[in-house]
Design a protein around this ligand. Structure first.
Ligand SMILES: NC(=O)c1ccc[n+]([C@@H]2O[C@H](COP(=O)([O-])OP(=O)(O)OC[C@H]3O[C@@H](n4cnc5c(N)ncnc54)[C@H](OP(=O)(O)O)[C@@H]3O)[C@@H](O)[C@H]2O)c1
Length: 345
């Protein structure tokens, strides 16, 4: 069976959705209906694509619409999500507008695909940093029970969207030419070439940023652990694509490095995880590694080691492509999960 597919938003995430659909041979009837704020022809996933100006009639007859627009009141899924579901389509949404709204499923297929329900056809895909952390942590949680997580992120500029990638390129070329680095404070508050900014999103209660709070609340919702203790520090780093995270986990029960690696290396227990962990041989994952073809949809885990400063503690390092597993791939996997459950029709 083939499905009629729509994509709203053609920034780096929209581009990756079209790529991932092709790579995974997602069964599409005709060409996907690709929409953004204005009509034009654009190179997407290495093809010239007609991008239509989003309009209600374009949703008619679609089975599934992937949303990769901007967030907020004038954002794509607030404006068009209901239009799409009213037209009968499933919505799979990369944006953050509805992730924490009761009744909206927040899905990482390796962890909680069974949380989808036909009653609400608007499914949310989590924040990129949350996705890679729960893919790595959930198998260990099942084995030893997570008591507390302390996570620090090292997030690529592409996590902010197309404008941020262009802004970084501009800053880098000025930096390389020995010129003063100009910057647009509406993208990053300070120059990102070459510096690390402990500031992603906006500052909220308790002076945590919105990105840090997303990691706390979204992780609890996905893992169905409303009381789980989590604290996060989110840092933007001068990397184009790929987020890394240093994760310190305290478990209820003992879990050695050896046991954790056995679990993480087992694809049945740890779907989506690839372990790169042989420090003596300088084997550990870096952000560049997640761009390699064999790793592009994986969550790479390494530097697993016991933390003697707490009872039952472990440290690990995880890396993933924020535009693929952190966004596009996760949404296409959700659509595949709907097909497996005979829900997409
Ligand atoms: N980048 C990441 O690592 C990442 C990871 C996880 C989730 N996300 C989420 O995924 C979404 C897309 O991210 P991105 O980085 O690709 O963003 P982006 O570069 O800002 O691109 C946004 C796209 O959405 C379109 N758009 C914006 N408002 C719209 C509206 N009201 N109706 C229709 N189209 C609209 C824009 O159209 P025009 O081109 O016509 O301006 C543009 O093509 C965001 O919600 C983001 O938070 C991103």
């Amino acid at each position: 069976m083939a499905f009629r597919v729509g994509v709203v938003g053609v920034g780096p995430v929209g581009d990756r959705i079209l790529r991932v659909l092709k790579e995974r041979d997602f069964s599409i009837e005709g060409a996907p209906v690709v929409m953004a704020t204005r009509e034009r022809v654009e190179m997407l996933a290495d093809e010239e694509v007609l991008v239509r100006k989003v309009a209600p009639e374009l949703f008619e007859g679609l089975d599934v619409v992937f949303f990769a627009g901007r967030e907020g009141a004038k954002g794509a899924s607030v404006e068009w999500g209901r239009v799409a579901t009213d037209a009968g389509a499933w919505v799979i949404d990369n944006g953050g507008d509805f992730r924490m709204t009761p009744g909206y499923a927040l899905i990482v297929p390796e962890v909680n695909m069974d949380a989808v329900s036909e009653e609400n056809r608007h499914i949310c895909s989590p924040n990129c940093s949350t996705i890679q952390m729960v893919v790595a942590i959930n198998p260990l949680h099942r084995a030893a029970g997570v008591k507390r997580i302390v996570v620090s992120t090292y997030q690529a500029v592409s996590g902010w969207g197309q404008r941020a990638m262009e802004e970084f390129e501009h800053q880098v070329s000025r930096y390389a030419a020995g010129e003063p680095v100009e910057f647009d404070p509406s993208v990053f508050a300070k120059p990102i070439a070459f510096d690390c900014l402990p500031h992603i999103g906006s500052f909220k209660d308790g002076l945590y940023t919105s990105e840090e709070l997303k990691m706390v609340y979204e992780t609890r919702k996905i893992m169905e652990e409303p009381e789980m203790a989590i604290t996060a520090t989110a840092v933007r780093v001068p990397v184009v694509i790929g987020h890394a995270e240093s994760v310190n986990v305290e478990f209820e029960r003992p879990l050695s490095r050896h046991e954790a690696l056995e679990i993480l290396r087992d694809p049945e227990q740890s779907p989506g995880v690839t372990v790169i962990d042989d420090p003596q041989e300088l084997q550990y994952p870096t952000q560049a590694d997640c761009l390699a073809d064999e790793h592009k949809d994986a969550v790479l885990v390494g530097r697993v080691r016991e933390d003697p400063s707490v009872e039952h503690g472990l440290n690990l390092w995880c890396v993933s492509d924020n535009l693929r597993k952190g966004a596009a791939t996760n949404t296409v996997q959700i659509a595949e999960g709907l097909i497996e459950r005979d829900l997409l029709a």
